[in-house]
Design a protein around this ligand. Structure first.
Ligand code: ZN
Ligand code: ZN
Length: 591
């Protein structure tokens, strides 16, 4: 769930052709266009080149390592460069007649169009560079380079050395950008930037010692690293003393973005067939249905687990009692990672036996401890290579429970009990995120792959759970009950995100929803509240994507009748890269 990191902080500037040159070029270009059409492929290729120059950190994250050594200073100039990219896209697209493009290019056209809109929205309207201090953090940028398998340690260190050289200017620009930040994002920035210091304390000294860098290069690295470390510490202390200590934390900017920005961000980020309001209505309806189904399952399971106990009259209280009872079946804190490791091959066996989707057995999935820099982000998640880095390993990052008190660990393990842990693995790994990202990296269409639509990606993982349960994985009323509970959580993610940002919901209201109506542990509810205060719209992506994919599958069944083949549907659906579901829908339904 943590794999879709936002890449807002890594931006660059590159002087565009001067106005003079443009004047000379435009008439010639117009002449050219009137006689022969520039191909849409050429535009896409030129766009990608410009994109990586503008966002080198984004390039690194996609496995494109040409700009690994670049750290863009996030100042006004770099934001102008972003807006120039938006303008360039719009000018290019204006040269094409939409109706004349192929179905595949039409999708890319719309993705590019939306991307230009997103740039404008983020720079001019959303402006998180002003109020989100956690958008400035070198941890992810350094990690993206260090984690790359295709380059020698020496080259990585050279790239990082040059990045670090810009760190003082980077954090100076960050300080200048920050204006009336939220308390929540300021606290996160302190935590994450402190976390990134671990590179300086252990990773860099160890790597330098084994590297073949010349003495001069090592000396330069150490100079740059010392200055960068000082800049990070300076930034943290700025946030602590100049921002937090000088503010009345109750009067800082609210983390709630409000109804109007929410509707716009939903439109741009989720890119759904539905508006936020329409999808919210679907979420409320699904919640009511799930409560009914869970009530039915609870009645059927009650004698097996609580025969001697009188069932409460209140339906929700009754369901909760049974869930609490069955949740006692969980692994221990010290076997958490090994239990996950053991379950993965079982999922593969089931999928192959039931012909649900072709799995690539050549790509190893490695379970590992979540790296330090990702501190502050939830439980378990896939960390996969980008489209340019297809041979690199995919990791299943698991945060071990070592930092938990015994009570916290117990609460967490009950939440991720023997049933739910399997659903989590379906979601994160097989056939969820891990499988989807392998397919995404296979598609030759780079635009659809790099502009991975978060709701398609999360929706697929959620769809995978529902599909596996429908196909009989772990078939039992217990598994169905815990799937319902898990699905209810996805539904409630939508409901709480929408209500927190649009309807001023308090933490108490969120606790009531999550603990009482969605049967989750209190620790999980606090975690969810924290997450909703740091992100916007992202928590809505799960239910939206699941709903759109499920509806599409049902439509395809209707359309194809006896010809419908579930395995083919899955493989075709994933063959378009991580495009928005509504675009995949248009391609699959042929309209
Ligand atoms: Zn996920
Ligand atoms: Zn226990």
């Amino acid at each position: 769930m943590a794999h879709c990191s936002k890449l807002t902080a890594f931006i660059t500037l590159r002087p565009q052709i001067s106005a003079m040159k443009k004047l000379l070029i435009i008439p010639a270009l117009l002449l050219l266009l009137s006689s022969c059409q520039k191909s849409f492929d050429t535009t896409k290729q030129e766009f990608i080149k410009k994109l990586w120059v503008t966002y080198p950190g984004f390039a690194t994250s996609q496995g494109y390592h040409k700009y690994d050594s670049v750290l863009v200073v996030p100042n006004q100039e770099s934001r102008y460069a972003e807006l120039r990219l938006a303008k360039w896209i719009e000018n290019e697209l204006a040269d094409f007649k939409f109706e004349k493009l192929s179905a595949n290019d039409k999708t890319d056209y719309r993705i590019l169009q939306d991307y230009a809109k997103s740039i404008r929205f983020n720079v001019n309207e959303f402006k998180s560079h002003e109020w989100d201090p956690s958008s400035y953090n070198l941890g992810g940028a350094i990690f993206g380079v260090m984690d790359y398998k295709g380059e020698s340690v020496d080259d990585k260190l050279r790239a990082i050395s040059s990045k670090l050289k810009n760190a003082p200017a980077y954090f100076e620009a960050a300080k200048a950008n920050i204006h009336n930040p939220t308390f929540e994002h300021t606290s996160l920035a302190i935590k994450q930037n402190n976390g990134s210091l671990y590179f300086f304390k252990s990773v860099f000294p160890d790597s330098l010692a084994t590297s073949k860098l010349s003495d001069a290069e090592k000396a330069a690295f150490n100079t740059n690293a010392a200055a960068a470390q000082k800049a990070i510490e300076g930034y943290v202390s700025f946030l602590q003393t100049d921002v937090l200590a000088k503010s009345d934390t109750t009067k800082m900017r609210s983390f709630r973005i409000g109804k109007s920005l929410y509707a716009k961000k939903f439109l741009l980020d989720i890119d759904s067939r539905y508006t936020a309001d329409e999808m919210y209505a679907k979420a409320e309806a699904r919640k009511a249905w799930l409560h009914q189904d869970m009530n039915r399952l609870t009645d059927s399971l009650w004698p097996k687990y609580l025969a001697k106990v009188a069932a409460p009259v209140d339906t929700l209280a009754k369901i909760k009692m049974l869930i609490d009872k069955i949740s006692e079946q969980h692994c221990q804190a010290d076997s958490f990672m090994s239990t996950i490791e053991k379950q993965l091959p079982e999922l593969t066996t089931f999928i192959n036996a039931h012909h649900l989707i072709d799995l690539d057995s050549t790509k190893p999935l490695k379970v590992r401890k979540t790296p330090e820099y990702a501190a502050g982000v939830a439980g378990a998640g896939i960390d996969a290579p980008g489209p340019y880095d297809k041979q690199a390993a995919t990791y299943y990052n698991v945060t071990p429970l070592t930092g938990y008190t015994p009570e916290e660990a117990e609460s967490y393990l009950r939440e991720y009990n023997n049933y739910v842990l399997q659903i989590l693995n379906i979601h994160e790994a097989i056939p969820g995120h891990y499988t989807q990202l392998i397919y995404a990296n296979r598609t030759p269409d780079i635009i659809k792959t790099i502009f991975g639509n978060g709701s398609m990606i999360e929706g697929w993982a959620c769809y995978g759970e529902r599909m596996m349960i429908e196909e009989g994985y772990g078939k039992s009323p217990e598994m169905q009950l815990f799937y319902d509970k898990w699905n209810l959580r996805e539904v409630c993610n939508f409901i709480l995100d929408y209500n927190i940002h649009c309807n001023n919901w308090s933490e108490g209201q969120v606790l009531d929803l999550i603990v009482k109506q969605a049967f989750q542990q209190t620790a999980e509810a606090h975690e969810k509240w924290k997450r909703a205060t740091l992100s916007q719209v992202q928590l809505a992506s799960y239910f939206n994507g699941l709903t759109e994919i499920y509806e599409l599958r049902e439509e395809m069944k209707q359309k194809q009748g006896a010809q419908f083949d579930l395995k083919k549907f899955h493989e075709q659906f994933l063959s378009y890269g991580s495009a928005p579901v509504k675009e995949i829908r248009a391609l699959m339904l042929g309209n």
